[in-house]
Design a protein around this ligand. Structure first.
Ligand SMILES: [Zn+2]
Length: 242
């Protein structure tokens, strides 16, 4: 399987790699800085370069067949053959926006849980600094949205560090914060479990990429609150600087 560099360091933008497989639906590398779409976070775009050639990567996703990371190329792009040494480089502006948006969602879920005890029922990110998150709430109003926005921005401005760690499965299953965020749903073979901890705000098992501290997110606006059914209420957010 491809070594996923971004799981350990989200700030690495480029790496050397070797083409391991060339498939109809994408290129597999032995190691990569590209994040494959998942957990609500869009896949990375970028470029592969090699001696005498280059191609654009339009998206990155995991194969449904074997879970390998596929670098999806533009239609008709030149494909480097198996064994080619390449330089893989992500579109950093796009990725950094995803990292900020993703971190904003963690902080949002933490603020809503600590203030109102509401759990998250779903969420998704767009690639343009907008996102949505659904909560187990009986009702939702514009005033609620404003209150959440205010508290969220206060917490973000505190510049709280975001820690990434890898916990043995047994240890993760004993952590009340992780139990609350349904760590038990993670497939049996995953061990250790990657944990994102925004000190005192939110802690959960997660495979995505995040910024180092909350101030890097900047300010967030709650742009919409809506009901998506009984006990399922949606908030749409956007980063002010995007
Ligand atoms: Zn995350």
């Amino acid at each position: 399987m491809t070594h996923e560099l971004c799981a350990h360091d989200a700030y690495v933008t480029t790496c050397d790699a070797t083409v391991a497989d060339v498939r109809e639906d994408g290129i597999v590398l032995d190691r990569t800085v590209f994040y494959a779409r998942g957990g609500g976070q869009p896949g990375d775009a970028g470029e592969l370069r090699w001696d005498g050639g280059a191609c654009r990567v339009a998206d990155t996703l995991k194969s449904r067949d074997d879970g390998e990371i596929l670098h999806v190329l533009d239609d008709g792009a030149e494909r480097p053959p198996v064994g080619t040494a390449v330089i893989a480089e992500i579109d950093w502006n796009r990725r950094h926006l995803h990292m900020r948006t993703h971190t904003a969602l963690h902080a949002l879920s933490g603020v809503v849980f600590s203030g109102w005890g509401a759990k998250v029922t779903g969420g998704n990110m767009d690639s343009n600094g907008m996102a949505r998150m659904d909560f187990e709430l009986d009702g939702i109003s514009q005033e609620f949205g404003r209150e959440v926005e205010e508290r969220l921005n206060v917490r973000l401005a505190e510049d709280v560090p975001v820690h990434v760690s890898f916990l043995p499965r047994a240890e993760a299953f004993a952590d009340p914060d992780l139990i609350r965020t349904k760590v038990s749903l993670i497939p049996d073979h995953v061990d250790p479990i990657r944990v994102i901890d925004i000190e005192g705000i939110d802690k959960q098992a997660d495979g995505g990429t995040h910024v180092r501290s909350t101030a890097e997110v900047g300010r967030v606006r709650v742009v919409k609150t809506e009901s998506k059914g009984k006990a399922n209420k949606r908030m749409r957010i956007e980063l002010e600087d995007r």
